[in-house]
Design a protein around this ligand. Structure first.
Ligand SMILES: Cc1ncc(COP(=O)(O)O)c(C=O)c1O
Length: 370
């Protein structure tokens, strides 16, 4: 497969471990290992103490799959497949759902692999463009108009990277219905689920809406454990999961043994883990709200309904690329220009999942004030 560079990941490869303040990352501040181990119950503590570093079950540790299944209303362990991060799951899904000449529709702007792997497989990809002027909302009627008899896959991501858009329940269900009518699989990227501003706005998991919907989850974002590299697909489409398991034999074969156990500990203690993530994000948003009020003439801002990122815009007259080079050079603050999403508007991604965000934001404000 020939596939273009993943611009956002290349950008992070250049800057993530050298820039002092990362104001554009999408993950929540990494969970301390010792705090996580302190959450283990008797069973997981014993499993951890006795762990042997051999290969693991290629579908995922049975206890981990059971715990993941419990995040869904209607799923059993057999309807979960564990991967090395959401990224591997995206790669495998596009490969097993699509063939050359098939049609896929992907909400955009997007995490690049959601459309790029589909293109790499040879599918004809239509982007369903989201617009700031519409609050970045999915437009169901426009989406319906994009369907073709060859549409095999629709991809949405809610809460959304990079805008933080959280669809309402009616829209989400309408998209699932549309996919069913079209005979297409709906890949619902839910890696920011559980980080809704108002928990009562949380959408049902896609996999609970129908057999044709595949929920994508990961430990990296809401669960604050990107370093585990544990993700999963959850769906009642067992045929799809079986094909995905066969494809995975060519990517990672199985997940990391320590990571599986750590993910199990985290998911069993998810109330504690998620409460920490929500408190970091909520505290940061409490600073961002007045910040964007103060800078309304310079920056546009659609307040994210969920997740840990947003996609503000530098208003006319200021070039995002130039401004950010200066910001990084003078204040050590990294923002991701919209161009890393291939987005032409003057937007940038701002992340608010890190505990040093208040310092980074103060530095951004000092820079803007000059
Ligand atoms: C929407 C979305 N999906 C998938 C991923 C991939 O997650 P991971 O890096 O944990 O595999 C990301 C990471 O940023 C993301 O934002």
């Amino acid at each position: 497969m020939r596939i273009p560079d993943f611009e956002l990941e290349r950008f992070f490869a250049r800057h993530e471990f050298s820039a002092p303040y990362l104001l554009c990352t999408s993950d929540v501040e990494g969970y301390p290992m010792s705090d996580l181990l302190a959450l283990a119950d008797d069973e997981t503590r014993a499993l951890w103490a006795e762990l042997r570093l051999g290969y693991t079950e290629s579908t995922g540790h049975p206890l981990l799959r059971r715990e993941i299944a419990s995040l869904y209303e209607t799923l059993s362990s057999d309807e979960v497949l564990v991967f090395a991060g959401a990224e591997e799951a995206i790669f495998v899904t596009a490969n097993v759902v699509l063939s050359p000449g098939d049609h896929a529709i992907v909400a955009w702007p997007a995490y690049q692999s959601l459309h790029e792997v589909a293109r790499g497989v040879g599918a004809d990809v239509a982007l369903h463009e989201l617009h700031e002027s519409e609050g970045w909302a999915i437009d169901v009627e426009r989406l319906r108009g994009q369907l073709t008899p060859r549409t095999r896959l629709i991809v949405i991501n809610v809460p959304h990277n990079p805008t933080g858009m959280l669809a309402d329940g009616a829209t989400f269900e309408a998209v699932a219905e549309l996919a069913a009518e079209a005979g297409a699989t709906l890949l619902s990227d839910e890696v920011y689920r559980f980080l809704e501003r108002d928990p009562s706005d949380r959408l049902p998991a896609g996999a609970d809406l129908g057999r044709h919907v595949v929920s994508l989850g990961v430990m990296s974002k809401s669960f604050a454990m990107a370093g585990l590299r544990i993700g999963w697909l959850a769906t009642r489409d067992r045929g799809l999961l079986d094909r995905a398991a066969r494809f995975k034999d060519y990517t990672t074969i199985c997940a990391s043994a320590p990571s599986e156990l750590l993910a199990l500990i985290a998911l069993r203690a998810r109330d504690v883990v998620l409460a920490r993530s929500r408190s970091i994000v909520d505290a940061n948003l409490a600073l961002l709200d007045p910040f964007f009020d103060r800078w309304a003439a310079t920056l546009s801002w659609v307040r994210p309904g969920g997740g840990s990122i947003g996609f503000p815009r530098l208003r006319d007259g200021l070039d995002v690329g130039h401004v950010f080079d200066q910001l990084l050079a003078t204040e050590g603050v990294l923002l991701a220009p919209g161009s890393v999403f291939g987005h032409p508007g003057n937007h940038f991604r701002l992340g608010f999942g890190r505990t040093d965000m208040p310092v980074a934001l103060a530095r951004l404000e000092a820079f803007l004030s000059r």
